[in-house]
Each structure stands twice: as structure tokens, then as C-alpha cells.
Design a protein around this ligand. Sequence first.
Ligand code: HEM
Length: 401
Amino acid sequence: MTKTKLVFDPFSAEFFNGPYDLYRRMREEAPVYYSEQYDFYALTRHEDVAMCYKDFETFSSARGIDLATVRNGEIPAHKSIIVLDPPDHREMRSLVNKVFTPRAIAAMRPMIAEQIDRFLGAVDPAAFDVVEEFSALFPMEVISRMLGVPEEARRQVRLWNDELLHREIGQVEMSEAGFEAVVNLARFYYGLAKQRRADPQDDMISRLVLAQFGSPDADRTTLSTMEIAMFASLLGGAGAETVAKLVGSAAVTFARFPEQWQKLLDDRSKIPAAVEELLRYESPNQYNVRYALKESTFHGVTIPAGKPVFLVCGSANRDPAAFTDADTFDIDRDRKQAQNLAFGYGVHSCLGAALARMESAIALERMLDFMPRYEVDWAGCTRVTMQNVAGWGNVPVRVLP
Ligand code: HEM
């Protein structure tokens, strides 16, 4: 049987509808995939992806981490942490680490549980949408409260966030509405940071205003108002959409593997392991793009300098060379086999990982109480078409008596 041509198009319906068969072929047939259509390279094997995440001297984040910005090639004037290379990145990370401490995250547990209960408490168990009515809402509320966004602005902030990540099928560049949302968000957070500079409150923006660079080599002592605005804008996308997608995927994946849901119903101590397995099995962040600063060779194929390179962690996490029965969803699997790359790896590895794990674990715990038996209305499920982020936009369910 002749095989169809292998085409990896991260802006196609095929990709958004579930890329795992495609990834298998890429790992086997073209571990260094070249896209003629877009002129990028893509790495899909676990070993390669992990190595490149760590090698920031070859694979730079400074031109962005999505195809549109990387291929544009310009270094943006205002940069958030995720698009800085070391040493600038190191300085910024050590500063934001001061406000993202394990203690600060742990202190948010009651607020997170309260928000999760609030949103889940408002749905109709006879018919509700896990994403639209629950998982898309509470993570943004958590981040907004954590940053100190006033109540009346939170809905608007969430809509701007949705707009800037949204892509139509086939659309690589950000739309005009997306650009407007970026500007509106930055302007909003700039105003908020300015207010907090004048009148600090008990929130993260105020703590960022007050945080001091520790290194004596740093040529300034604190973050600028613009830097705080960029960081706060980043958290909406990096921290809300991802958790929203993970919890949406949980509803779908556990419905497909009901014996795994039963294991959780029988033993709640398995919830943290279930979160790790969901992250591996349906990574909300499927890839990050880098800019090749130097030439490099993998499996006999040379990636020239100056090209965008996709690090496809969503495929790496399904690589059978790294995980036994990689396509099987198993919350009891041996986690020590390989690094789970869902949170990235190396210098940019997710700053909010502890927060994300805590939010997802509490959400699962409450879902086990609220919907111990449920069925998914498969016909009503839809996928999102987004930049970097993959998952479900609608998951209608019915709680069974
Ligand atoms: C399931 C949820 C999440 C997933 C799957 C996820 C995934 C990732 C990944 C893959 C990266 C690395 C990007 C790269 O290497 O280019 C990253 C970085 C980052 N994430 Fe997350 N994330 C999640 C939740 C969060 C949350 C809740 C927050 C904060 C509220 C957050 C904040 C960040 C930040 C600030 C960075 C940039 C770190 C740096 O550049 O040093 N993330 N995340």
C-alpha cells in the first residue's frame, strides 16, 4: 500500500482534530521534518525535543515562540520573559521567582478551591459544557485575582485573551482583532501597574512593582511598568488557556478510559499522578517554536541557521522510545521512565507548573464529587483552533444519576 505524503501543517483542521497519528509517522519517517509550505523544521522525537529545549545557544526564543513571530525575524522592542534568551532571561526569571514562590502559590489554594466550587456549583448537571461553563472560566479568574485585576474588568480581560490566541484554520499571522487585543491588554495592565506603584495592594502586580533585582551586575534595581504589563499579559495566555484545555481534555479522556476514572473514584491519592498523565497524554501546549541561531544536524539532516524550528513536545510525550505503550492513557504508569515535556524543559520550563498542577488537581477532585458518573455528548464536542495550544473548545456532558 502506498503511503500518503507526510504533511505536518500546524494550522490545518487535520492537526487541530488530533495530530497523534501524524506525529507517529513524523517520528518514524521524518524525525527532522521540513515544511515546504512554511519553510520550517520540526523535531518530534523525545530525545531531540528535550535536547533542543535545553540548547538555548542554538535554539533561541528571542524572536518569539510561534511561527508568525519567529519567521518575521524581528526582535520585539518590548519583551516578556518567555521571549528572552540568557543572560537577560536569567535575570528576569530570578526576579519573577521571588513572587512565584512555593509559599505564595500554596497560599492561593483556598481561593482556587473557592473559584472552582463557584463555577462548578453554577452548572446544570443535566446538561453543561465542561469547557465553556467551567474550565475556560476559573483559571482566568484565578490569575486575575492573583494579579489584582478588579472584578469589573475581569470579563473583558478574558475576552481579550481569547482573541489574541485565536486562529482560523489556515491562519498563521495574528488577526487585526488579535493585535488590538494585545494592545488593549498591555494598556490595561500598564495602567494597573502604574496605580499599584502609587498605591501598593496585597497582589502580585504590587509585589512585582516592589521586587528588586538581586544581582549586583544588574544595571537597574526594579522592573519597569512596561515589563510588568508584558509579564501580566503573558500570564493570561500562558496560565489560563493551558489549564482550561487540560481540564477539558480530562473530561474527554476519562470518558474514553472509564476504568481510569474508576481508579480515581476508588483512590483519590492518585489525583496528582492523573494530572501528570493528562499532561503527557494530551499536552495543552503541543509545541514551541525556536529560531536556529546556528546550523545543527540530526539524523543526517542539517537544519540551517535562520530557520524556525518546531519543538513538538506533544509528540515527544507520545514517543515509544521514551514511554512504554506511549499511546495508552495510564495514570499508574512509571513516571521515572522519561521527562514529561508538557511544561517545556530547560531555562524556560513553566514558571507556573506548581500552580497549574494545584488548579488541575483541585478541579479533578471536585469533578469526582460532582460527576462521578457522566456521559459526553460526542456530537457536541469541538476542538479549538489556536496558536501553540491544543484541546477542546466544547465538551457537553450529562451527569448520570
Ligand atoms: C497545564 C498548564 C500549563 C502548561 C501545559 C504550561 C506549559 C508551558 C510551557 C511548555 C512553557 C515553556 C515555553 C517555552 O519553552 O517556550 C511554559 C512557560 C511558562 N509558563 Fe506555563 N504552562 C501551564 C500553566 C501555567 C500557569 C498556570 C502559569 C502562571 C500563571 C504559567 C506561566 C508560565 C510562564 C510565565 C512561562 C515562561 C517561563 C520562562 O520563560 O522562563 N504557565 N509553560
